[in-house]
Write a protein that binds this ligand. Structure first.
Ligand SMILES: C[S@@+](CC[C@H](N)C(=O)[O-])C[C@H]1O[C@@H](n2cnc3c(N)ncnc32)[C@H](O)[C@@H]1O
Length: 195
């Protein structure tokens, strides 16, 4: 794994494509729309990719999909939720479209990756409604090798025993619950300003 400036990590065990139809993306995919929005929020600013950024999407039995702006082509990358979700369905069904051919699929658990990142001295944060104030902690967030774990629509995983065992720093944007993609967008905006 090359040294990256920023890694986002999201896990969703609700993804299920058995009855998938693009006509009802949220209802027929187990909320793949949430994941697609998170990928777009992590990788894209205005009209370009954010450099040196990865988002790992752990989608249950389908595996882990790694979107890396150092490997993807901005020109061909699907830039809206529906187009990306459609392309991701093909990717998940192992029939990757050209636009996502550089998205490796990894059969690994999120716990494996967190352990790997800790060994590589990444600073890992959990985003949760209860936690230290993000804006106050921003000055201490390193400029490279930082990773952010975000919950899916239910957010169960980020407060699970599995994750709590790591005793990682929890960061919060206040008690109100926002969409995962909005939280990722906020993080990217503040990290960009911090540069
Ligand atoms: C839609 S929220 C999850 C559901 C929410 N926990 C609930 O009980 O309704 C998606 C994820 O975004 C992040 N998130 C949402 N609001 C946040 C906040 N105010 N501060 C930090 N992270 C937040 C968390 O990682 C959360 O798991």
């Amino acid at each position: 794994m090359v040294t990256l400036s920023t890694i986002f990590i999201i896990k969703s065990d609700t993804i299920n494509l058995e009855k998938y139809t693009i006509k009802d993306l949220p209802g027929s995919s187990g909320r793949l729309d949430v994941i697609a929005r998170c990928v777009l929020a992590a990788l894209i600013r205005d009209d370009s990719f954010i450099e040196d950024t990865q988002i790992w999407t752990f989608l249950g039995n389908y595996g882990a999909f790694i979107f890396d702006t150092n490997k993807l082509d901005y020109q061909t990358f699907p830039k809206n939720e529906l187009k990306l979700a459609k392309a991701m369905v093909e990717l998940i069904q192992r029939n990757s479209p050209d636009s996502l051919r550089n998205v490796p699929i990894k059969i690994a658990t999120i716990i494996d990756i967190i352990n790997e990142l800790m060994q590589k001295k990444y600073t890992i944060y959990i985003l949760e409604e209860r936690g230290k104030d993000f804006l106050r902690e921003l000055q201490f967030i390193p400029s490279i090798k930082r990773a952010f774990v975000i919950g899916n629509q239910s957010g169960d995983f980020v407060s699970s025993e599995e994750i709590c065992r790591f005793n990682l720093s929890n960061l919060s944007f206040g008690p109100k619950s926002y969409l995962a993609s909005s939280i990722i967008r906020l993080i990217q905006i503040y990290l960009e300003r911090k540069k």
